[in-house]
Every structure is written in C-alpha cells, then in structure tokens.
Ligand binder design. Structure first.
Ligand code: PLP
Length: 364
C-alpha cells in the first residue's frame, strides 16, 4: 500500500476561534491574587470597585457597569434592561444576537428582534428607516434599540464616522444604540486605541465590553454610558442568571486586562497576526482573501473540494459554503510561528494531490 503523503506540521494555535485561546497569564495571576481570604459576594468587594473605577477612567465618564458571566448573558442583560415587550431591537441578519444566542435576547426581553440585511456585516440607516413608519401603530412592534456588533460578525469594523451617524440617527428618532462589543478591544486597537471617540463621542448608549476573547477566562461587562438607563439592570441580571456570586473573580480579570493597556496590547497582537496571515495566504493558488482583515479575522475563499482535507489537518469553521468562504481567527496567543506554520500547511495541502480526509476526534 502506498504511504500517505506526510501532512505539514500542525500549528500549535487554533485558527477556529479566538475563544479557543486560553487565558492571559496576567489574568491567571490576577485570579490567583484575588483568591486571598473572604470577600463579600455579588460585587460588594474591592476588586469590583477597582474594576468599575478603571472602566470609568477609560470612558472618562460615570458609566454604570454590570458584570456578567458571558457574552450572550451580557447582551441579554443590556437589551432586556432597555426594552419593553411591545418594543423591538433592529439588528442585521448576521448579528450574534440573531443567529447565535438561541433566542435568548428575545426570550428575556420579551421583545422582538427585527432583522434587516447587512452591508459588509453592518447595520445601515437605510435598512432601519422604513421601520420608523411603524411608530404609533398599535399593530406593530415599536422600534426602540439599534443593536450592532463592533467588530461585526463579518470581521469588519464600523468607522467612527459610521458610528457617529448611527448614534445621531438614534438620538434624532428616540432610539437607543446598543453595541455588542465581544471584540471591542480588537476594534479599538485597530482604530488607534481611543475608545472614547469610538463609543462615548458617537452616542453609544449600552456596550457589551468583551473580556473573554481578549484574555479572560470568563466574564463580560455591560457598560451603560448613560447611567439612568441602568436603573433596572441589576434585577434583569439576577433574573437572567448572570449575577456571579464570587464577583471578585470577574472583576479581577477585568482589572488585569485594563491595567497598563493589556487589553489593547492583546487585541493589537491578534489583529497583527490576522494581517500577517492574510498576507501569507494571499498568493496560494486557489485562495482568495476578498477583504483585508479589519480586526482579528481572515475570511478566505478556498477551493471547496479541499475544505474537508484542510479542516481535518487544522480545524476551522466554514463560514459560507455557498461562497466557498471560511473564517480563520487569530487571538492574543497566536504566534508569528503559528501563522507561518498554518499558512505553509494550507499552501502544502492545496499544492498537493487531494487525499481522503479523516476528521480528527473531538474537532468541534
Ligand atoms: C459577536 C459576538 N457576540 C457575543 C459573543 C459572546 O458569546 P458567548 O455567550 O459565547 O460568550 C460572541 C462569541 O462568539 C460573538 O462573536
């Protein structure tokens, strides 16, 4: 029997998701350091107070902060705090709250998500405007919140001008602007590091400030830029099961990431690795990167008949099979060597004859 051709070395990092990365060492140290003696539960502790102060310094305003276990939970708490059952949130058809949260925001807010087509992953005023005609009709849900993701699910990033236009539109029409910032650090790092001009000056009302993809073990913060909007947030969080009792351990992680700009350094590194990957795969025969990475994702078209083989070698997710599109994600743990190994492997596999792939056990 002929020997199978040797596959290229498998990179140590996973390009499947930034959630596949572990925990930043500084965060792990902070968890250990917070594990000293007792502390009152539910956020009545010095770590929580310190992390809230850090966020207030970062935003330059007296934001209200509600810590949650995870990203879906943070979106649920942010949105359900803002919405009544007869109101609606308008989001793109690709939004995480629409596609990947099993209906949780709808269930917990009791409201409706109206989905509209995206343009490069983004919500546009043109798509939203027609729904304002529903205002005042008792037969229609009443638009109340625009929800966007920064970075978007398509790996793109709203410019500050685009955010400013959405914020102004929201204010002019008595709408609130919610940002799912699971990757807000990547967006801010890519835009030069100034979160105030991106989020405060543009009129964002509520932001999920993502920690997990940036190096935390778990936990996200819901940041209410207008504190009065947070009036019922604590009760919503409790009902949604998002109140961590040993809250100090979420806050300690946030503090470690916020200290000395670690959150931006981690995100910047992830973004740089995505740019390097896009550059290295660009001239592989059959591979096309339709859009230059704007944060820490590379979306690439590949010869679809080789998808299974590539994925069996180093697991990653398909994005849109109809368009032969896959998503490769980088994180704060991805090294330059990982990127070079991955790109070399993709090249070697695509330049070789196809072989029958064997799915690795437990790939998902
Ligand atoms: C855009 C976006 N929002 C929110 C989340 C948070 O999801 P989780 O509930 O898995 O932490 C993710 C995670 O993949 C995401 O990509």
């Amino acid at each position: 029997m002929d020997a199978m051709p040797a596959l290229p070395p498998i990179p140590a990092a996973s390009f499947a998701s930034d959630n596949a990365a572990g925990v930043a060492p500084q965060v792990m140290d902070a968890l250990v350091a917070a594990n000293t003696g007792p502390a009152l539960a539910y956020g009545d502790d010095r770590w929580t107070a310190e992390a809230v102060d850090q966020l207030r310094d970062l935003f330059g305003s007296p934001v209200e902060v509600v810590w949650c276990w995870g990203g879906t939970g943070a979106n649920v708490v942010g949105l359900a705090t803002l919405l009544q059952g007869w109101q609606s949130v308008i989001a793109t058809d690709t939004a995480h709250i629409v596609v990947d949260e099993a209906g949780a925001p709808v269930r917990f807010s009791g409201s409706t998500i109206t989905t509209v087509p995206h343009v490069d992953g983004k919500l546009t005023i043109d798509a939203v405007a027609p729904f304002l005609d529903w205002r005042g009709s008792e037969h229609h849900v009443q638009p109340r919140v625009l929800s966007i993701s920064q970075v978007t699910e398509m790996g793109t990033r709203y410019t500050t001008d685009e955010l400013g236009e959405l914020g102004a539109f929201a204010r002019a029409h008595d709408l609130l602007l919610h940002v799912d910032g699971a990757r807000i650090a990547n967006a801010v790092a890519a835009a030069g590091g100034d979160i105030r001009s991106m989020i405060v000056d543009t009129g964002v009302d509520v932001l999920t400030f993502g920690l997990t993809k940036n190096g935390a073990m778990y936990g996200e913060a819901v940041v209410f830029l207008r504190p009065e909007l947070a009036a019922h947030a604590a009760h919503v969080r409790k009902q949604a099961g998002q109140l961590p009792s040993k809250a100090r351990f979420v806050a300690a992680q946030a503090s470690a990431l916020l200290a000395d700009g670690l959150w931006l350094a981690n995100a910047r590194h992830a973004n740089e690795m995505a740019v390097l990957l896009a550059t290295l795969v660009a001239d592989i025969p059959g591979v096309e990167v339709p859009v230059a990475p704007e944060a820490n994702a590379v979306f690439a078209r590949i010869p679809w008949d080789r998808f299974a083989e590539l994925r069996a070698w180093s697991f990653f997710w398909e994005w849109d099979p109809a368009d032969s599109l896959v998503r490769w994600m980088t994180s704060f743990t991805t090294t330059e060597d990982d990127v070079r190994t991955f790109a070399a492997g993709v090249r070697a596999i695509l330049e070789a004859e196809p072989v029958e792939p064997v799915e690795p056990a437990g790939a998902a």
